[in-house]
Design a protein around this ligand. Structure first.
Ligand code: DAH
Length: 339
């Protein structure tokens, strides 16, 4: 019996396996219930009593050695990676699931691109603002309703700290630190104290534009916006400017584009008018230039501002502004093809 054990011990010490399957075969042969080691245990009952102690110990040592050897062989396949490990190196990799840009980012980037081609750079300003940059420097009268808590989110009163209600505040920030020529656009998020519905939200996005130099005229404004509209909505697009009022521009206008859905014939998106309103614009009021220490005798400028949500709704036929903010993957995945 002892000889048998010794022989088996020697055999086990030099065991080798080339694959995981071979390790499994060895495990079954040596240490499974019906394996050779257990077989010896069943023979143990026939061992002479005076030898039981010695044989028992050797048997236990054998069992342990066999177990250790099999474990060692198993581990060698877990740590190496040489093609014989059971890892299938030819298996196709996990597919990388591609994200998509948010439609508002897609449209913002397109707007930035179009104005970049006209030499407009991009600047940004803070979302948390003061009264001066959002209202006073922009020529809002002291009692203007926009200054009311009904319309504006205030963080503090006296001195006022508030969430900007439009990106026009960035006009002031830029003009305060730069003398003309200035030609830039300002994309950003704005906040208004409004009830949330399919058509309006308390958070939305705008792109503001500003061009200040000597001899900038309303004709420059009109031509810039015509180019922009054709680039964004298509070559056949027409624009019309309707007189309007904003405190910071004089004269002021609102711009409509011919409806890109019905081509101007009339449909439910343009409410059968053939036109869609997309932005406000005008010549920078001299008071605004002066508030920023820019000589209004020497320089003139134009400005415009548009809502990104509304433009994206028109471009993609999105019916409810709340979709932009819910991050429902079924909505977002539809913009995979957009750049
Ligand atoms: N700030 C205006 C708004 O939020 C949009 C606007 C109108 C911006 C006319 C301008 C402008 O720069 O000239 O409704």
């Amino acid at each position: 019996m002892l000889d048998k054990i010794r022989a088996l011990l020697n055999e086990i010490e030099v065991l080798k396996a080339a694959t995981r399957e071979e390790v499994e075969e060895l495990r079954i042969r040596y240490i499974s219930k019906k394996g050779v080691v257990n077989q010896l245990f069943t023979e143990f009952k026939d061992v002479a009593p005076e030898l039981k102690k010695e044989v028992g110990k050797s048997l236990n040592d054998l069992k342990e050695a066999a177990q250790q050897k099999i474990n060692q062989l198993k581990e060698s396949f877990e740590t190496t990676c040489d093609g014989s490990t059971g890892l299938d190196l030819t298996a196709p990799g996990d597919s990388i699931s591609m994200g998509s840009r948010h439609p508002l980012a897609v449209v913002r980037n397109r707007i930035i691109d179009i104005f970049a081609r006209l030499g407009f750079s991009v600047a940004e300003g803070p979302e948390i603002e003061d009264d001066w940059h959002v209202f006073s420097a922009l020529n809002f009268a002291p009692e203007h309703p926009a200054r009311d808590m009904q319309d504006t989110f205030f963080i503090e009163k006296n001195p006022d700290v508030l969430l900007r209600t439009h990106t026009s505040s960035v006009q002031i920030r830029v003009m305060e630190r730069t003398q003309p020529p200035i030609r830039a656009i300002f994309p950003g998020r704005v906040f208004r104290n409004e009830a949330i519905s399919a058509r309006s939200h308390c958070i939305f996005h705008q792109v503001e534009g500003l061009y200040v130099d000597e001899n900038v005229s309303f004709a420059d404004l009109k031509q810039t916006l015509l180019y922009f509209a054709k680039e964004l909505f298509g070559e056949e697009t027409q624009i019309r400017l309707r007189p309007s009022y904003f405190p910071f521009t004089e004269p002021s206008a609102e711009m409509d584009v011919s409806c890109s859905i019905c081509g101007g014939a009339g449909c439910n998106v343009c409410k059968y008018s053939g036109w869609l309103e997309i932005l406000g614009c005008g010549m920078v009021d001299p008071n605004v230039l002066e508030a920023c220490n820019i000589d209004s005798q020497k320089y003139t400028g134009f400005a415009f501002g548009m809502g990104i949500e509304r433009i994206a709704m028109l471009l993609y036929g999105i019916k409810d502004i709340r979709h932009y903010f819910e991050n429902d993957l079924r909505f977002l995945r539809q913009f995979k093809a957009a750049l």
